[in-house]
Design a protein around this ligand. Structure first.
Ligand code: ZN
Length: 179
């Protein structure tokens, strides 16, 4: 009988995939225990609100908004976290002893007596949670921000002018004149 190379290759790949999946889930279960809906999903709207209040995005937005209010001497109301991302700063510094995490966050707020909502980007660093704000910027128009100029985040608005870790200049495409 002729060997069926395609099917054999497929089986080998499936076995490898299952082995990798097994190692991955084994490591997760060792660390976090078996997943149960009761342990991981909020059962009431109050539990959901409590979890949301402790979330990375909400914490970053709260700390960054306090920083902005002091730095700019202006009040912010209705501060609402939108999204955030965290990465290890050592990925940039290549220093194995650099234990800082770097957080990027977008949040919205009403500035002073404004009726229209404003959007913000902030960068925070800390050793195991967001502790120090290294920059907080109000994004005033769509020309101020980009979702394509950070090496680590997807879908977060970052200042076009940079001044944050992981900033990358927009790719220069053939025939495209950068002004
Ligand atoms: Zn980013």
């Amino acid at each position: 009988m002729a060997a069926q190379g395609g099917a054999g290759s497929s089986n080998t790949n499936n076995q490898e995939d299952r082995s990798y999946f097994g190692r991955l889930t084994g490591r997760y279960l060792t660390t976090y225990g078996p997943w149960t809906r009761e342990a991981h999903a909020p059962q009431t709207s109050q539990q959901y609100a409590e979890i949301l209040a402790r979330s990375q995005t909400t914490t970053c937005a709260r700390v960054a908004s306090l920083h902005y209010q002091i730095e700019k001497d202006v009040s912010l109301r209705q501060v609402t976290g939108i999204d955030s991302h965290v990465f290890e700063r050592s990925w940039l510094t290549a220093d194995p002893n650099d234990e800082f995490l770097c957080f990027h966050v977008n949040f919205s707020a009403l500035v002073a007596d404004d009726k229209q909502i404003s959007f913000f980007f902030a960068e925070l660093v800390g050793t195991n949670c967001p502790q120090v704000v290294t920059g907080c910027f109000r994004l005033r128009s769509s020309l101020d921000y980009s979702v394509k100029n950070c090496r680590f985040c997807t879908g977060l608005w970052h200042p076009v002018g940079g001044n944050f870790l992981g900033h990358v200049a927009p790719a220069r495409l053939p025939g495209l004149r950068i002004r």
